[in-house]
Ligand binder design. Structure first.
Ligand code: LLP
Length: 386
């Protein structure tokens, strides 16, 4: 019997090295997504049998092939804007609106109207919307997003609960919301909470579920409880994979006490983060004041996560994958910002040089979709491995 951390399997891209180098030959920066990995994650969640329905938060990666893959596996889709709704129904015209959620934040009135017209489940998350637009909501069925008073996640900027966050109806206004909803004949069929992104503790959702189920009884019309997304993925080498068994066991405890509610999750990152790599080309290797930097032809313009959240992504020299990683580099982009650093003090082969293809790992979530054209640099290309 061996104890200690479970050995993580090799990432998919190690065995796809030649194919990736070929793709990089067509130009970098380039995101490449492995659909088998997306399917594997989707199947893992569904097979865990922890929840009744799963929705993919398309904000993490709305690539059409990924939307096809996850909906084929049985996922619905969660959208936060009219743009995302139009994209989803453009890519999947046959998709039933019952498989789509609309969970916007501070959206203009017209986007709610559009979502109701489409027949998707609409979530509101404040009292003022009902007060200001009573005719928009009168007689409708909605889901209500609550702020449970606390946030979680891999960084302050992705915590979506508590007074500092803009999301959700605070519990102090719950009764007022119910009263106004009743007077407008608004039926609350779902309760929702999403406390943040990149949460590694599998028991987090058990607590959210318990909180919402307790409140659902007071509403009386609730059918569905949506405990949000936020399932973490292992970015660093020593991180563990999300514990689906502990997650399921935690949820089962609550489900036993509240069997009448359908349970829903809406993960984004979990399905796509590990499926994606960002391929870059090394531009220059420069030493300054004892730090050796390798430049890449894209940085925070292609992948904002390190600059915005100090996020850690593995970085590898795909052109010299068989060489030992023997020298420390800071990996920087070409953007005129000091924060344009993809990784500090990373071990790469000493021979790393101009023209080498650098691979940024686990970049399939919140990568391409947050890329921008700052400094008038081109957006990355995208490729799929079926
Ligand atoms: N549901 C709601 C209401 C959300 O706001 C989000 C993410 C999700 C679900 C999906 O969360 P996930 O399962 O992907 O953690 N750009 C940041 C993450 C921002 C997440 C925004 N909301 C990052 O790169 O870490």
């Amino acid at each position: 019997i061996t104890f200690g951390p479970v050995q993580r399997p090799q990432p998919w891209w190690v065995g796809r090295r030649e194919r990736l180098l070929e793709m990089a030959g067509a130009g970098t920066p380039r995101y490449v997504y492995d659909l088998a990995t997306v399917r594997e994650r989707a199947r893992g969640l569904l097979a865990s049998d922890a929840v009744d329905r799963c929705f993919f938060a398309i904000k993490a990666n709305p690539h059409p092939a990924i939307l096809h893959a996850v909906t084929t596996e049985g996922f619905g889709l969660e959208c936060v804007s009219r743009g995302e709704l139009d994209h989803v129904f453009g890519v999947l015209p046959e998709l039933s609106p019952q498989r789509v959620l609309f969970t916007p934040s501070f959206a203009p009135r017209g986007e709610y109207e559009h979502a109701f017209d489409r027949g998707v489940a609409v979530t509101i998350d404040n009292l003022e919307a009902l007060q200001r637009w009573p005719e928009l909501f009168r007689g409708r069925t909605v889901w209500l997003r609550l702020d449970l008073g606390r946030g979680e996640g891999h960084h302050e900027k992705v915590k979506t609960g508590g007074a500092a966050a803009k999301f959700g109806l605070p519990l102090a206004k719950f009764d007022a919301f119910l009263a106004l909803a009743r007077s407008l004949d608004v039926r609350i069929s779902g309760l929702h909470a999403h406390l943040g992104s990149g949460i590694d503790d599998p028991l987090h959702w058990r607590e959210v579920y318990a909180n919402l189920a307790g409140l659902a009884d007071a509403v009386g019309t609730v059918e569905t409880i949506d405990i949000g997304g936020g399932l973490g993925v292992p970015y660093t080498p020593d991180a563990q994979h999300f514990d689906l068994v502990a997650w399921r066991n935690g949820l089962d405890e609550i489900k036993a006490a509240y069997p009448r509610y359908g349970l829903v999750i809406e993960p984004g990152r979990y399905l796509v983060a590990e499926s994606g790599v960002l391929l870059l080309s090394a531009t220059q290797v420069v030493e300054k004041d004892g730090i050796v930097r390798v430049g890449a032809n894209a940085g925070m313009n292609a992948l904002m996560r390190p600059a915005v959240y100090e996020a850690w992504h593995g970085i590898h020299n795909l052109s010299r994958l068989d060489d030992a990683d023997t020298a420390a580099f800071d990996v920087v982009g070409p953007i005129c910002e000091t924060g344009d650093v993809l990784g500090r003090n990373r071990l790469l082969p000493t021979a790393t040089a101009e023209g080498d293809i650098l691979l940024v790992a686990d970049a399939g979530a919140y990568g391409m979709v947050m890329a921008n054209t700052y400094n008038l640099r081109a957006l990355p290309a995208e490729d799929i491995i079926e």
